[in-house]
Design a protein around this ligand. Structure first.
Ligand SMILES: *Cc1c(COP(=O)(O)O)cnc(C)c1O
Length: 365
């Protein structure tokens, strides 16, 4: 069986380095808000090109804290793609704000910037873009709208560590394309730890201080609480693991690009629609999503031929039971996507033989 994602193999490559960093932590006996957190967040900010990075407990918290720190609350509307993973939307509703769903482009799966303006009202406060499946959103039109209507821009970068867009001839990475960005380091992400982890990146000094304080019980200094805060921290062990793996992220993303290129050049089957990418640097292929009419039949066929796949995701947020109030809304493109998508295995540790076998099996379908 070709696994969808072999996490053991992925992390085993760094076993010695991870072992030695964890040993250091054990020797020191310091587990939270220490040196490892400082080192990793500094390095990750530098990687993204931002002034600040704040380590938090997970990706959902990162988004949640950004919205909280921006001061958005009940009645405020935040624009978000309808086909995102539910976490983006939960972060909005957990703050009492209203998500305003916008359809994606069916070929890139990212928010369709041409459908945003008609959704802007006097209550709109922010546009949350999601670099879905690993592909950076092309931001120009979104920046223009934000400027025109005085809106904040928030990135959900949980699936796209290292992806970038061309800004005046320079590649700018996700995390550095908005007022503030949330990252997840869930084990399966392109940069993943060995448990839960997340981060916020921003160039805004004031916002960074505020998020740091809110994430630490709302305190700006010891036992002095200026916000009704929460507890959301990136622990020392996760920070150390991430700092080890960050050095290899570009290389790993390059291998994902290679595999994706091979898939896109060699999968030739009229029943399978391949994903589109803007250009080479825009995509880090967190997942390789194809579409096909009889998706469940195709998934069974792949499984019968020793290939494990996953659906990202089978049900869109507005059709979930927890959002009953939206169940009757209609987002035809989003619904079509969720009905027909399936993710083929892609990861930096897949062998050429595995990739070839997958292409052969898909072409024979
Ligand atoms: C994984 C993910 C999140 C949430 O990250 P967690 O660390 O699991 O909380 C948010 N948004 C998107 C798009 C994700 O893929």
């Amino acid at each position: 069986m070709i696994k969808f994602l072999d996490l053991e193999k992925i992390n085993n490559r760094f076993r010695d380095e991870i072992d030695s960093r964890i040993k250091t932590i054990l020797d020191k006996g310091w587990y939270l808000q220490g040196e490892e957190n400082e080192i990793f967040t500094k390095n990750f900010a530098q990687y993204c090109g931002t002034k600040h990075c704040i380590g938090v407990a997970n990706g959902l918290d990162a988004l949640n804290l950004i919205i909280k720190a921006m001061g958005f609350t009940a009645g405020d509307e935040i624009i978000v793609p309808a086909n995102t993973y539910i976490a983006s939307i939960l972060a909005i509703t957990q703050n009492g704000c209203t998500p305003v769903l916008v359809e994606p482009d069916i070929n890139t799966y990212n928010i369709n910037p041409d459908l945003i303006e008609e959704k802007i009202t006097s209550r709109t406060k922010a546009i949350m873009v999601v670099h879905l499946y690993g592909q950076a959103v092309q931001m120009e039109k979104i920046w223009d709208l934000a400027k025109k209507y005085n809106l904040k821009v928030i990135e959900d970068s949980a699936q796209a560590h290292g992806a970038g867009i061309n800004v005046e001839g320079e590649i700018k990475r996700v995390g550095n394309l908005s007022d503030a960005s949330g990252f997840s380091f869930y084990p399966g992400k392109n940069l993943g730890c060995m448990g839960d982890g997340g981060a916020v990146t921003t160039n805004d000094d004031e916002l960074a201080q505020k998020i740091k304080a809110i994430a630490n019980y709302g305190s700006d200094r010891k036992y002095h609480h200026i916000y009704k805060g929460v507890n959301s921290r990136l622990d020392e062990i996760q920070a150390a693991v991430l700092d080890v793996k960050l050095k290899y992220l570009d290389k790993d993303n390059q291998r994902r690009r290679e595999i994706s290129k091979y898939y896109r050049e060699n999968i030739k089957n009229k029943k399978i629609i391949l994903p589109e990418t803007y250009n080479e640097h825009s995509h880090v292929w967190h997942v390789f999503v194809v579409r096909t009419k009889e998706r469940d039949k195709f998934q069974q066929y792949l499984s019968d031929n020793g290939i494990q796949t996953i659906i990202h995701y089978p049900t869109p947020p507005h059709k979930q039971e927890c959002y009953k109030e939206w169940n009757n809304l209609s987002f035809p493109i989003t619904e079509e996507i969720h009905k027909t998508i399936i993710s083929l295995p892609i990861s930096p540790v897949m062998t050429d033989e595995e990739v070839k076998k997958i292409v052969e099996v898909v072409n024979k379908y």
